[in-house]
Design a protein around this ligand. Structure first.
Ligand code: ADP
Length: 872
């Protein structure tokens, strides 16, 4: 074979170029043999300039270079680039051998490789992984950029011993073992461990896998930074656990129903909530009836249907019963998917056990009810106000205090809507103080606006929320009206007690005066009678004066007794039909005679008696007479000129109206009330001009009240007074007749035989009086101040008459009388006593006495009585 043939068979094109002539002397490239002025540009049939960056033709450049060696020439347009490797060799000064080999493919592979490397690097950095190799012979580790980043290394090649220090100590042995096992072919290298990066000291989680190439004695591996993944995984695990826990705590579960497959999936909590009921994975709607119960099933199924076919979400609460019959409340929330298939919407939702909430709700409701019942039934007024001083709660008591009918009328209102401004201002100030400064108002006494007057104890305390902020106030109004009234009554009673104490002193002074005055007369004239110097012809006159004094004294005592009867409500009436005109006439005649002297200056007249329709009026004649007497006594006492007039006033059937009028000193208006009270007089004290114990009018008004009537007075100081009395006819049971003994004063002569009278008397004066009178009648009198001894005497001696006092030592006169009458029924017993009331008389007759004499007993009456019984 010729050398030329060999050259032509070469896979390269060669050219022997004469640089001087710029001709190709030899070539195996047939396509360019005819080229003139050959240039590489022409050689490669390039359209673009072959000028390089130095503006030098490549060929020239190539030829200038002493030994140009190998050059890679880029030709062609973008996207169609071709690369040639040119090997140039100078043959001599003028000739050069150029061999061209196309390296476009090689170039493109190199380029792709570069791109792949770059991509790998980018991928490594993005995906946090890297590759590494261990050269077991050299004991070095070669790490890719990614691996270096993960390991925190700067250099890509490091001694293995240094790299082994990067994992945390607890992993180092493990890693050695793994590597060993890999090299020995025992198992794959696949390990997760933690490293401490040398450059920033951060702890990272990494995952490394490797394979061993025994022929190269190299280990190739990939390392991945899984820190984020671990954290993420942990966080995910935690949040899943949290969610699970939250669901467990909240007793809530998820469910999903896919209408296409007809499957229902439920999370575990749901199974626990509806414990005891198996829910099939492909349930029918009807199968829920046993859980919801019949009453709730209709509600449940309609909600489900609406959600399934119309995509309507729902949140509903149902009461269910567990298989053990325990009641539970559940809440089902359903959110249908937006898009529904022809089978319906996918339903997702939750199911929560809300029994505890419901129970709490019920308990809250219950405690609210309790609270409401409590505040509405408490006797105190209770209210709450918000921070705007608006009532948010009020009870009946508060509504009442506000002058309203019901709490609804005050709720939502401020005090300005309820009270006049000046009162509301006051309350508002209080409220501000409580709410702004937190200073409570405790038990402050207040008078409520309105009538009747009411007092309350006001308490206002701040309403404080959980965070300690004042959000309003609570007010309580405790009604103390009754207490206040009692306090006032007590005050009045105290004043009255003090007044009565004062009156008692005045009364005692008056009584002393009223009693001592007649006693003075009695004692004085008694002394006169006993005096040897007194002319016996004066005796009669003195007796008259003594008797008048005694009468006066008796009248004082009678008034006191009457007052005590009136006050103890024991004044007994003795009603019968009587002629009132007759009573008036009797009184008129009596006073006319008695006040003869005074009547020289005063005209005394009885008028209008014909106006009185009182021929047969039923009432207590004696008591009415007593009233008239008291009024007339006063009229005479306080009138020194003018007239005193009394008589009837026009009276309806069944009533008696009369009056007593005088032209005396009159009474001040302020005293008109007072004069009817016990012991009260217009004038009090030692300087008073008029006699009197202050009892006459109170006895009169007490009697009139007892008779069911009224008394009134009209008076003008200096002009006179008129007392008006009105009494209704007595309509009660018929009058009680007190047994009285009618005695005749026509006494027959006493028999010659001396009669024995035994008296039981512990008062020496009374006993002497009796003895004297008995002596006058020729009788013997033996007295016993001790009834036991007296009784003993009677049993042994024939006795004709007994005089018995009531109050005696050891045994009362009533008891002694009973004993005597039991033993000697025919022996007359006369009880005489200073207890002069009607009941005393009744008691005496009950004890069996034959007669009753009230002390003082006038001589005439005593003598008549003894004579009467002795004669018998
Ligand atoms: P006394 O025994 O003091 O008269 P009374 O109870 O009868 O007591 O009267 C009370 C007071 O009323 C008298 O003290 C007197 O001040 C006044 N009084 C009663 N009647 C008359 C009257 N006819 N004229 C003026 N004052 C009278």
């Amino acid at each position: 074979m010729k050398a030329e043939d060999v050259l032509n068979a070469l896979p390269v094109n060669y050219y022997v170029i004469d640089l001087k002539t710029k001709t190709i002397l030899h070539t195996n490239d047939a396509s360019i043999t005819d080229l003139k002025e050959p240039c590489f540009r022409q050689i490669f049939n390039e359209s673009r300039s072959c000028m390089n960056d130095n503006n030098m033709c490549f060929c020239e450049q190539a030829l200038k270079i002493e030994n140009p060696g190998e050059l890679v020439i880029e030709t062609g347009e973008a996207g169609k680039k071709r690369y040639y490797r040119a090997n140039l060799k100078k043959i001599n000064h003028e000739q050069v051998l150029a061999c061209f080999t196309e390296v476009t493919r090689e170039k493109s592979i190199q380029k792709d490789l570069k791109i792949s490397r770059k991509r790998l690097e980018r991928a490594e950095s993005l995906a946090s992984f890297g590759t590494w190799e261990i050269d077991l012979e050299k004991q070095v580790l070669l790490g890719s950029k990614g691996a270096c980043n993960i390991y925190g290394l700067d250099a890509g090649v490091l001694p293995l011993s240094q790299v082994k220090m990067i994992p945390l100590p607890e992993y180092r042995q493990l890693l050695d073992n793994e590597l060993d096992d890999l090299i020995q072919g025992r198992r794959q290298y696949n390990i997760r461990f933690r490293i401490k990066r040398p450059n920033d000291g951060e702890i990272r989680y990494v995952h490394s896998v490797a394979e061993y190439r025994s022929e190269k004695k190299m280990v190739f591996g990939i390392i991945k930074d899984i820190t984020e993944k671990v954290y993420f995984k942990n966080a995910l695990q935690e949040s899943v656990a949290d969610l699970q826990l939250a669901q467990d705590i909240a007793r809530i579960g998820n469910w999903k129903y896919d209408p296409v497959t007809g499957t229902l999936t439920t999370s575990d909590p749901i199974k626990q909530i509806i414990a005891g009921y198996e829910i099939p994975s492909q349930p029918e709607l009807k199968s829920f009836e046993k859980i919801t119960g019949k009453e709730h099933f209709a509600l449940f199924s309609s909600a489900i249907m609406q959600a399934l076919y119309k995509g309507v979400p729902f949140e509903k609460q149902f009461k269910i019963k567990n298989s053990d019959n325990a009641e539970k409340w559940i809440e089902i929330i359903c959110r249908p998917d937006e898009e529904g298939s022809q089978w319906g919407h996918v339903l997702r939702g939750t199911l929560q056990d809300i029994t505890a909430t419901k129970t709490a709700e019920n308990e809250l409701q219950h405690s609210n009810n309790l609270f409401r019942t409590l505040i509405h039934n408490l006797p105190d007024a209770i209210y709450m106000k918000d921070s705007d001083c608006r009532k948010i709660i009020a009870n009946d008591g508060d509504a009442h205090n506000c002058g309203r009918q019901s709490p609804q009328e005050v709720i939502g209102k401020t005090d300005y809507d309820i009270y006049p401004k000046e009162i509301a201002d006051r309350y508002f100030q209080d409220d501000r103080q409580v709410m702004e400064k937190g200073i409570p108002v405790i038990n402050r006494e207040e008078v409520l606006p309105g009538h009747p007057k009411r007092w309350i104890l006001t308490t206002k305390v701040p309403l404080i929320d959980k965070k300690g902020r004042i959000t309003g106030l609570v007010g309580i109004g405790h009604d103390i009206t009754r207490r206040k009234q009692m306090e006032e009554e007590l005050k009045a009673a105290k004043l009255r007690a003090e007044e009565s104490d004062r009156l008692k002193s005045v009364f005692l002074a008056n009584m002393s005066h009223e009693i001592r005055t007649p006693l003075n007369g009695i004692l004085g004239f008694s002394n006169f009678i006993c005096s040897e110097n007194t002319d016996p012809r004066q005796f009669r006159g003195y007796y008259g004066l003594i008797e008048a004094c005694a009468q006066q004294l008796t009248s004082v005592i009678d008034n006191i007794i009457d007052i005590s009867l009136i006050q103890s409500n024991q004044l007994k009436l003795n009603c019968s039909s009587f002629n009132f005109i007759e009573l008036l006439n009797e009184l008129y005649a009596g006073y006319k005679k008695q006040k003869e002297v005074q009547l020289v200056d005063v005209d005394f007249r009885l008028t209008n008696f014909h106006e009185c329709n009182a021929q047969g009026f039923c009432s207590d004649r004696a008591r009415i007479g007593q009233v008239l007497k008291n009024l007339l006594d006063n009229a005479f006492k306080f009138t020194s000129q003018g007239y005193i007039e009394f008589g009837c006033l026009e009276s309806e059937q069944g009533e008696l109206n009369f009056y007593v009028e005088d032209t005396g000193i009159g009474i001040e208006e302020s005293k008109l009330e007072v004069i009817f009270e016990n012991f009260r007089q217009v004038e009090e004290g030692f300087t008073r001009q008029y006699e009197g114990a202050g009892l006459g009018l109170s006895v009169a008004s007490g009697i009139i009240a007892r008779l069911g009537g009224t008394i009134s007075v009209k008076s003008k100081p200096g002009y006179g007074s008129t007392f008006y009395v009105s009494i209704p006819e007595y309509k009660g049971e018929s009058a009680t007749e007190v047994k009285t003994v009618k005695r005749s004063n026509n006494v027959a002569t006493v028999k010659k035989e001396e009669k024995l009278i035994v008296s039981f008397e512990d008062d020496p004066a009374s006993m002497e009086y009796l003895r004297s009178v008995a002596g006058l009648l020729g009788c013997r009198l033996i007295n016993f101040d001790n009834p036991v001894k007296g009784l003993d005497y009677i049993r042994r001696n024939r006795t004709d008459l007994i005089f018995m006092d009531v109050r005696l030592p050891e045994m009362s006169g009533f008891e002694a009388t009973q004993i005597i009458k039991n033993e000697f029924p025919n022996l007359p017993v006369i009880i005489q006593s200073a207890y002069a009331m009607k009941e005393d008389m009744e008691k005496a007759f009950m004890a069996g006495c034959d007669d009753y004499l009230a002390k003082p007993v006038p001589l005439k009456e005593l003598r008549g009585t003894i004579k009467y019984y002795i004669q018998e």
